[in-house]
Ligand binder design. Structure first.
Ligand SMILES: [Zn+2]
Length: 284
């Protein structure tokens, strides 16, 4: 379901740190000018049907667009068949609960290469996702699946891999985590406007214009590990670790992109407010 947004919207990864949790958080976020939130089901999908429905109502009342982050334990290319099966059902469960809360998109980390080659991993991911899409279809669930660009070179999910995946499975879109792209490899560090422009051009060229509307984006500044791949720690905006949000905001505003931008900063919604301010200044 493509979202119909007038402009990019912002919000935290999870309930606000300085506000209420649960349905009440929706009004709090709206009062801060934040109209997005990614519900975190990263340990497990434990929310009851009742709470999910209450969230849906509160989100609708306050004009909040919800997405859901599925469990970290998902590995759709595991070397063990039983683990792939369990991963598919975790993803399906996140999609089911997400639909109940009215979320438009399920974010998830697709999995690992393990001892497989990148090509083998790709094929298995493709097969696993086809299965999940089929089940979603059978259940009549319209929620969008969004494998996320991953931050470690042992994880399947480089931007190129995910774009190829979505070209083979048009029902799928991708979750673009700029911090993960930044720390995945030494050579993938985002240094400024040019790098962002190249990334966004590539995404738009591959996904198509239509899927750029409502593209789910994760953002935080991040410190890489000393090995050069993977994250050591998330940092607030302005920490100096990068990537810098400003040039990204400039391009989003200039190109009229309508993204859903989720803050994964340690100060969550405070940085959402800051990001929105930076972006709004470029809109003027
Ligand atoms: Zn992320």
């Amino acid at each position: 379901m493509p979202l119909e947004l007038k402009q990019s919207i912002f919000g935290p990864a999870g309930f606000p740190l300085e506000g209420p949790s649960g349905p009440k958080a929706m009004n709090f976020l709206a009062s801060k000018g934040l109209f997005a939130m990614e519900y975190q089901a990263v340990r497990s999908v434990r929310v009851s049907k009742k709470v999910a429905k209450e969230l849906k109502v509160a989100a609708e009342e306050n004009g909040i667009t919800l997405s859901i982050h599925g469990p970290y334990a998902i590995n759709l290319s595991s070397e063990q068949k039983s683990k792939i099966r369990a991963s598919k059902s975790r993803l399906l469960k996140a999609a089911t609960v997400g639909s109940l809360m009215g979320a438009f998109h399920v974010t998830f980390h697709p999995g690992y290469y393990g001892r497989r080659t990148k090509e083998e991993t790709f094929e298995i991911q493709l097969t696993s996702l086809k299965d999940v899409l089929e089940k979603l279809d059978q259940k009549g669930l319209k929620i969008e699946l969004g494998p996320e660009t991953t931050g470690k070179d042992s994880q399947f999910g480089s931007l190129d891999e995910l774009l190829e995946l979505s070209s083979k499975l048009p029902e799928i879109t991708i979750t673009v985590d700029f911090a993960h792209i930044h720390i995945r490899e030494e050579k993938s560090r985002i240094k400024g406007e040019d790098d962002y422009r190249k990334l966004l051009d590539k995404i738009e060229k591959n996904l198509g214009k239509e899927k750029m509307d409502g593209l789910l984006v994760h953002f935080t500044e991040v410190e890489p590990t000393s090995k050069g791949s993977g994250e050591k720690k998330h940092h607030p905006l302005g920490s100096g670790y990068g990537p810098d949000f400003k040039p990204l905001a400039k391009i989003i505003a200039e190109n009229g992109y309508k993204f859903v931008i989720i803050s994964e900063s340690p100060i969550l919604e405070k940085d959402s407010v800051k990001m929105k301010e930076i972006y709004s200044n470029f809109l003027k």
